[in-house]
Design a protein around this ligand. Structure first.
Ligand code: PRP
Ligand code: URA
Length: 205
């Protein structure tokens, strides 16, 4: 697991945790965090050489060998899309619909839209909360079943139990998070966490 530790990330996460933060401010802070996290998450993207002509001479440069595909887990992952798109303009977004059953805490997948013939691209799985890890494991199982091989998981707040489960089941997938919290409560919520990430973004409290 990679803990993304930067003063600005810590400032934004403090605001998104605060229950006094409004829905609009929550979304703005989440977007700002996503933008900051995109740098370490995408640091090792493969590039290929290109030559461009400046007004003065030719100059050697690079372009991305394969553009990353963003995979937000609905609903809460939507809040990380804009920040990542700010740094990868035009990135393909492949939505994955999933919710956690309130009784069993097991993930229920209800929508997927895997991009055609892009298995070789890097996939960035976006979901701000990594709690029991059930949703992330199911999302990774799904992406791999479609042929994805280079996958990175981006969360904002993770619970130790969830990180352990995902690393045990998918040891090849790097997990990036901005905070490793204390534990889960009896309903599978992260303590101290931020509450329900979907509800806080969309106002459905
Ligand atoms: C949240 C969150 C994750 C999941 C994490 O989604 O966005 O997908 O819970 O929990 P887990 O690690 O225990 O699986 P939720 O079910 O609340 O759906 P929503 O985003 O549609 O509200
Ligand atoms: N999903 C959330 O939105 N919050 C949690 O704390 C756990 C799962």
């Amino acid at each position: 697991m990679v803990l993304v530790d930067h003063p600005l990330v810590r400032v934004h996460i403090t605001q998104i945790r605060d229950k006094a933060t409004s829905v609009d401010a929550f979304r703005a802070h989440l977007t700002a965090m996503a933008r900051l996290m995109a740098y370490p998450v995408l640091a090792d993207l493969p590039t290929e050489a290109v030559t461009v002509s400046t007004p003065m001479a030719d100059a050697e440069g690079v372009r991305l060998a394969r553009e990353p595909i963003l995979v937000p887990v609905l609903r809460a992952g939507l809040g990380l899309v804009e920040g990542f798109r700010d740094v990868i303009p035009g990135a393909v977004v492949s939505h994955l619909g999933m919710y956690r059953d309130h009784q069993t805490l097991k993930p229920v997948r209800y929508y997927s839209n895997f991009p055609v013939e892009r298995q070789a691209h890097p996939f960035i799985l976006l979901d701000p909360m990594l709690a029991t890890g059930g949703s992330a494991i199911d999302a990774l199982d799904y992406l791999k079943s479609e042929g994805a091989r280079d996958i990175r998981l981006v969360s904002i707040i993770a619970a130790p139990e969830g990180v352990r489960r995902v690393e045990a089941k998918h040891p090849d997938v790097p997990i990036f998070t901005a905070a490793l919290d204390l534990r889960l409560d009896e309903n599978g919520y992260i303590i101290p966490g931020l509450g329900d990430a979907g509800d806080r973004q969309f106002g459905t409290l």
